[in-house]
Design a binder for this molecule. Structure first.
Ligand code: GTP
Ligand code: MG
Length: 452
């Protein structure tokens, strides 16, 4: 980092879509790794980040990309779970993802989290392309490892090509139902106006050259001005995960989306109760092409430039919140930076009422997502927090005037033993689910039952 050619910020590409549609496998193909195989039940549970350098992109894209055409350093890919938490990434710091890849299984088409993803992209006005994945599963497909997709399609029988087209046009139709005009990427002139659909296989890498080319082209063409902003200023980022790292105690995995962070910087991190002021003890960076989520080997570095995944070791990080902002103070007024973090946290504070249910969630992003879904269903919230379900939550819930509000909606958090016992005693119901809409459905069914 630091030389002239790196003066542009690395664009951030979020990969999103319905569970099992192949997001992690697609990234595995791009980075030459096997993260999917190591995942519990092959399900992604957290957000990840991987830096892919320009050389790797041009190697994979082959003749489609001429590295001389690009002066971006590469792309930072953010892998997301089926649905949960992507909104965390988006809502922190304005626009964390510069562009997105919406992965859709060609056989499955639009599914609930595909729609959820499209809604997020609409709301945040993030330009995106569609990776129509798993083309190799079209019956009779003749695989052509790593080839550009049009070349591979030419080598399919008319029947297979027809079958693929049926599936692709169905997806294009579904995009149109959502208000997006889409077409096969090779027919798209203006990627800001029209959504390009890239048929790919994360298994055989067919179409991966095309996907990388379109992404580089998009970032280079439309993002260059945004990428040039303040690359050397004090850094801004978002906490992805708070976790123990051997030899360093509690650390945070973060995405730095702006500026730089140095090994001697003072930082402000959004915490459970108040912003945490602390000093960086070590900056640990995953190797290029390594997923921060699964990487074991980290290199200790003096400075990291945006956009990048970085593990930050510092004292007092126990109360740091996933989804919360991180700011480097450096030569700015500390109080102002603290105020900035407070302001950002306040923006994501959920609107609460005098009466309502309690919501506990694992990250700020999921908390926001649940709150907005509850709002749509006109279910009021009395308290919303990141963290495990504790006895004091039960104490609040039991005072509710109406039985239907003696309820706690717990998303991907633990229920402390004392809390569980107390809830039984006091007649407080705890609903647990790790899919947002299921959590709310279960609560609604409960309300229906008690109101009959
Ligand atoms: P979540 O992270 O849980 O949302 O899923 P994901 O979108 O990351 O899906 P993942 O990459 O874990 O893939 C799900 C399954 O689909 C795995 O068994 C993959 O091997 C398989 N798969 C992914 N892409 C392809 C593809 O292009 N072709 C075929 N045949 N299988 C694929
Ligand atoms: Mg995954």
């Amino acid at each position: 980092a630091g030389d002239e050619s790196n003066a542009l910020r690395t664009p951030i590409v979020a990969v999103l879509g319905h569970v099992d549609h192949g997001k992690t496998t697609l990234l595995d193909k791009i980075r030459g790794s096997t993260v999917t195989e190591g995942e519990a039940g092959a399900i992604t549970q957290h957000i990840g980040a991987t830096a892919v350098p320009l050389e790797t992109i041009s190697e994979m894209a082959g003749s489609l990309v001429n590295p001389d055409d690009f002066d971006l350093p590469g792309l930072l890919y953010i892998d997301t779970p089926g649905h949960h938490s992507f909104s965390t990434l988006r809502s922190r710091g304005g626009a964390l993802a510069d562009i997105a890849v919406l992965v859709i299984d060609v056989n499955d088409g639009f599914q609930p989290q595909t729609l959820e993803a499209v809604d997020i992209l609409k709301r945040t006005q993030t330009p995106f392309i569609v990776a129509a994945n798993k083309v190799d599963t079209v019956p009779g497909w003749n695989p052509n490892e790593g080839e550009p997709i049009q070349q591979s399609i030419e080598q399919q029988s008319d029947r297979v090509e027809g079958d693929l087209n049926d599936r692709l046009y169905k997806i294009i139709g579904q995009l149109s139902d959502e208000g997006f005009s889409a077409d096969m990427y090779w027919r798209v002139q203006n990627f800001q106006k029209n959504i390009g659909v890239v048929p790919v296989s994360a298994m055989t890498a067919e179409g991966v050259p095309d996907l990388l080319t379109v992404l580089m082209g998009l970032s280079q063409r439309y993002m260059k001005e945004e990428m040039a902003i303040d690359v050397q200023g004090p850094g801004a980022g978002t906490v992805l995960e708070v976790k123990d790292t051997q030899g360093f105690g509690t650390t945070v995995d973060a995405v730095l989306y702006d500026g730089t962070i140095r090994a001697d910087d003072e930082i402000i991190v959004g915490g459970l109760n108040a912003p945490i002021t602390t000093e960086v003890r070590a900056l640990l960076q995953p190797r290029p092409l390594a997923e921060i989520r699964t990487e074991k080997q980290f290199e200790k570095v003096d400075e990291v430039s945006a956009a990048a995944g970085v593990k930050i070791a510092a004292p007092d990080l126990d109360d740091a919140m996933a989804g919360a902002p991180i700011r480097v103070v450096r030569n700015r007024n500390k109080d102002e930076v603290v105020a900035e973090v407070e302001k950002e946290l306040a923006e994501i504070e959920v609107r609460t009422e005098e009466q309502g249910v309690i919501v506990k969630a694992d990250t700020l992003g999921s908390l926001e997502a649940i709150a907005s879904t509850l709002d749509e269903s006109e279910i009021p919230i009395v308290r919303a927090e990141v963290g495990d379900v504790a006895p004091r939550d039960i104490r609040v819930a039991e005072t509710a005037a109406e039985d239907k509000h003696k309820a706690i909606l717990a998303f991907s958090v633990d229920i402390l033993d004392d809390a569980e016992k107390l809830a039984k005693q006091e007649g407080v119901r705890i609903f647990e689910h790790d899919v947002i809409y299921r959590l709310i459905e279960e609560y609604e069914e409960h309300v229906e039952a008690i109101e009959q």
